[in-house]
Design a protein around this ligand. Structure first.
Ligand code: FE
Ligand code: FE
Length: 195
């Protein structure tokens, strides 16, 4: 992946996404590049993963399910109840199939960007966090604090975001993907080990 790939993928996302989602995507891409610089990850990989993380977000559910079935991508129980979650799985698939990204860590960062998972890699954490803190976001009162901490301690930022998301999901009727809870529990335990 190099700078030409970034320019190419950026143009493709501009065509693929609606205006609001495209702005969000650019925000995630450069926030991820900055976090990468700060935490010792390659900023080009981070930018590519950020650009592609929501590439399937503007598809309708039918199209996402069709792509999964056609390419034998498994659909979990929570994904079939809430096919919007499939945008991560379909996005990870399209990263290679349509946009030529072979790097498995970029694909994993896209695959786990909605739920996280225990033992996330550096790039996975960066994309998960960048998705939540990019400049267009404004849903959480804790955002200013989380943004600051993201440039100091990724695991701490991750825990704060997971706890915000779980709290938010508990106050609505939106379903919680069990992986979000598993990820929170894992990083909570990790934090207790080190303190
Ligand atoms: Fe997303
Ligand atoms: Fe996103």
């Amino acid at each position: 992946m190099n700078l030409q790939d970034i320019a190419r993928i950026r143009k493709e996302m501009e065509k693929e996404l609606d205006a609001k989602r495209y702005e969000h995507t650019l925000g995630v891409a450069y926030t991820a590049a900055c976090l990468a610089m700060c935490h010792g990850e390659d900023p080009v990989r981070a930018e590519v993963a950020g650009l592609l993380h929501d590439s399937a977000k503007c598809f309708d559910n039918e199209k996402r399910i069709r792509i999964c079935k056609k390419n034998k991508l498994s659909i979990t129980e929570s994904e079939s109840k809430n096919p919007f979650l499939l945008h991560a799985k379909v996005g990870a698939f399209l990263a290679e199939d349509k946009y030529g990204v072979k790097d498995p860590e970029i694909k994993d960062a896209i695959l786990y960007h909605t739920t996280g998972r225990p033992r996330m890699g550096l790039l996975e954490k960066i994309i998960y966090i960048a998705d939540y803190i990019e400049p267009c976001r404004k849903q959480s009162l804790k955002l200013p604090e989380i943004r600051k901490i993201a440039f100091v301690d990724l695991d701490q930022a991750l825990l704060m975001i997971l706890s915000e998301i779980l709290h938010y999901l508990n106050t609505t009727s939106e379903p919680i993907d069990p992986m979000t809870q598993l990820t929170y529990d894992y990083y909570m335990k990790e934090q207790k080990k080190t303190t």
